[in-house]
Design a protein around this ligand. Structure first.
Ligand code: HEM
Length: 463
């Protein structure tokens, strides 16, 4: 609304802090890529807590420090790694090596089994609960090489602590004071090593990581297994990618124990809610758009003829399913805004932005701009055909943001989404139920697009 009222560049005060909101295409090109050198950081030094584990998370690092850790971690997220092996440790202590694609397939099979009981009874279910269990299982396997079934074992400490860590609360008095008086509170919180995350969840994950790292160092495991191992080995890999044509040229280095723990924890936080929410929204779009659902299913069945696994190559061939995911990410981007802080005075087109200015990019508003997206409230996957994508400005679709500091987990997220959705489409017709909200009523003030009453759907078994 504000973008439509005030235009593509506007500013306002958040408390006493001035902020700029920019959605102009040429300016975005400069912010994300051409003048990235001045827009590398998400927050000022004053608002960066150097505590554990938050202080060493990629999301919070600044300047050269960020560049070095990102350069070290990037190869672990390249397309090639999605074809590699993950070591799965079962609850009975035995382990096996499974390529990452099949590991995601195993979790998707579990999801299909979890949906089965609703197909039998015809009852509606909370979609996000099921997709959340799926993404939690995927992260446990791909990031930590641990097999959990979060749908059936919600008491599993991994599941319980993961959810707890995710419920970061800003109502803690120390944190509120920090945002109001950062210069006074920062040294105090750092001295106390108090982070945004509940301390029991942090200690739990530190414990797990320490055990994993210790076990690996002792057994001298070779080769790549899961993200933990990839992180430990990442500095030895060569670059396969560059983001939007920009090479980072960071100094790769072996990660410290704190770096590995902090970023393992981060992948868990960053990968759970975002992907689960998106998958639930795609299923909702399929339920209210049966024709598109049929088209996606037809494609999936065709690609899967003579194949058992929805592997990396199969996923690549499912272009219509990808279009449906991209259109859903346009309508419901998990991050409605992304932000940067200028590290020096910088001229962006006609605007001179002073040092330390907070600049936000309103992704949600860009995705609903009728000049960029006619009839923005409609689900139209054809907006993402190859031809349409080639013609469109890349800064009009930003669910994963853009430039060298975009989402590092984009490929993994897209793979997870497509594998999970393909398996569901092969087995079930997704339908609305009497208690489905149409249209969805969204919660106001939530950091993620969150439907007020959840997304309730039902399914029918396909023979
Ligand atoms: C649909 C799923 C996802 C969406 C829409 C999404 C979106 C985003 C966005 C918008 C950013 C901010 C980029 C910026 O500031 O320019 C981001 C950053 C990040 N994401 Fe994701 N994400 C998703 C899934 C994942 C997954 C699965 C992982 C990892 C396992 C992940 C890890 C990260 C990390 C580590 C960052 C910080 C990157 C940095 O600071 O260098 N994300 N993501």
């Amino acid at each position: 609304q504000r973008v439509q009222q005030w235009g593509k560049v506007y500013g306002f005060f958040f408390g006493r802090t001035p902020m700029l909101f920019i959605s102009d295409r040429e300016m975005l090109r400069e912010i994300f890529v051409k003048k990235f050198y001045a827009f590398t950081n998400r927050q000022s030094k004053e608002l960066t807590l150097e505590t554990k584990p938050g202080g060493r998370m990629l999301t919070n690092l600044r300047g050269e420090d960020w560049k070095n850790v990102r350069s070290t971690l990037s190869p672990a997220f390249s397309g090639g790694k999605l074809k590699m092996q993950v070591k799965i440790t079962c609850s009975d202590g035995f382990f096996s090596f499974v390529p990452m694609g099949p590991a995601i397939n195993t979790c998707a099979d579990q999801l299909v089994r979890n949906i089965a009981k609703f197909a039998e009874t015809g009852e509606s279910f909370d979609t996000k609960e099921l997709t959340g269990a799926f993404t939690m299982d995927v992260i446990a396997r791909t990031a930590f090489g641990t097999e959990i079934d979060s749908q059936h074992n919600p008491q599993d400490p991994f599941v319980a602590m993961g959810k707890k860590a995710f419920n970061v609360t800003f109502s803690r008095p120390s944190l509120l004071l920090f945002f109001m008086f950062p210069s006074i509170m920062k040294p105090i919180l750092e001295w106390l090593n108090t982070d945004l995350f509940p301390s029991d969840a942090t200690s739990f994950f530190y414990g797990i990581f320490d055990q994993l790292i210790g076990m690996r160092q002792k057994s001298g495991e070779k080769g790549r297994v899961d993200f933990m191992q990839l992180m430990m080995d990442a500095h030895k890999d060569t670059d396969e990618d560059e983001e939007d044509g920009v090479k980072l040229h960071g100094q790769k280095h072996a990660l410290t124990r704190d770096d590995v723990v902090a970023n393992g924890f981060l992948f868990f936080l960053a990968g759970y809610e975002t992907t689960a929410g998106t998958m639930a929204f795609v299923l909702y779009n399929f339920a209210i758009n049966q024709e598109e659902q049929d088209k996606a299913r037809e494609e999936v069945n065709k690609v899967m003829e003579g194949r058992d696994l929805v592997d990396y190559e199969a996923v690549h061939e499912m272009s219509y399913l990808e279009m449906c995911c991209m259109e859903t990410l346009r309508m419901y981007p998990p991050a409605p805004n992304v932000g940067r802080v200028t590290s020096e005075e910088v001229k962006v087109q006609w605007l001179t932005i002073p040092k330390d200015m907070f600049v936000a990019v309103p992704i949600l508003a860009i995705h609903y701009d009728p000049e960029r997206w006619p009839e923005p409230k409609k689900f139209i996957p054809e907006r993402f055909t190859k031809e349409a994508r080639e013609k469109r400005d890349p800064y009009d679709w930003l669910p994963f943001s853009a430039g060298p500091r975009n989402c590092i987990g984009m490929r993994l997220a897209m793979m997870e989404l497509k594998v999970g959705l393909a398996k569901i489409l092969m087995n079930y017709r997704i339908m609305t139920a009497p208690d489905t909200d149409i249209p969805l009523k969204m919660k106001k003030g939530s950091p993620f697009p969150t439907p007020e009453n959840g997304i309730r759907l039902k399914v029918e078994l396909i023979n």
